[in-house]
Design a protein around this ligand. Sequence first.
Ligand SMILES: C[S@@+](CC[C@H](N)C(=O)[O-])C[C@H]1O[C@@H](n2cnc3c(N)ncnc32)[C@H](O)[C@@H]1O
Length: 245
Amino acid sequence: MMSTLPEANQTYGTKDYWISRFNQENVYEWLVDYQQLKAHLAENINQDDTILILGCGNSLLGEKLYNDGYRMIISMDYCENVVGNMSLHCDSCKSINWLTMDATNMTIKDNCIDVVLEKATIDTFLVGEKNLWSLSPSSIEKVDKTLSEISRLLKPDGKFISLSFNQPHFRGKLYSNDKYDWRIKSIDTIGVNFHHYLYVIQKGLSQTESADYYVYQPPAITTIKSEETIEEREENDIFAINLDN
Ligand SMILES: C[S@@+](CC[C@H](N)C(=O)[O-])C[C@H]1O[C@@H](n2cnc3c(N)ncnc32)[C@H](O)[C@@H]1O
């Protein structure tokens, strides 16, 4: 078991951290376990689909899916040690295909995967960000390379299913770019006290089939003149609206 939390959040974004963690820890499940996802996944994945788990870590998601009847599973991570450990973790694990590779540059051919499944992997790309309304160019580039890779290897009606702690007004913006040739089909909230968001994204989906979600805007920075009361200011704002535009 890992006994200490890293000093800074951005540590979760480094490969060295994960390699050292996987040398000490056998199994850990990020965000939610299979039981909490099972019904949502069954709605969106057929048992004969080819499923790619992106950044599998030492989660039991792959083996639980296999034991539930999903037989075409590829499980990948960029840490060779965790891929080696998990491939020997159970009997069913021997029937899963294990690959060591980077999500930003995957050695899988085009149009051959039905479902790409990721849980908290893309979250680690953003752990160093101070302001999710305005991401750094390096994070944008890393997410974009990964999403482009996912889009490339998905079949024409393939799905990308992503579980994240990032709310739709942050993650929706990253996922709904026309260049990936997909649309968001649904966003479900999972969890009672602490919410996680399950994004189901599908290639070739029409605009009318896609999900609506509220796009919050970054909070505006306003200054209030010292002699103006808040009530006066709000009234002034209403009068300031130009109805001709
Ligand atoms: C927060 S853990 C989530 C692990 C697992 N998906 C789960 O739900 O428990 C993030 C995982 O992503 C992997 N990872 C991070 N960046 C990656 C990359 N560029 N390519 C492949 N795997 C990556 C890490 O090694 C780690 O296993």
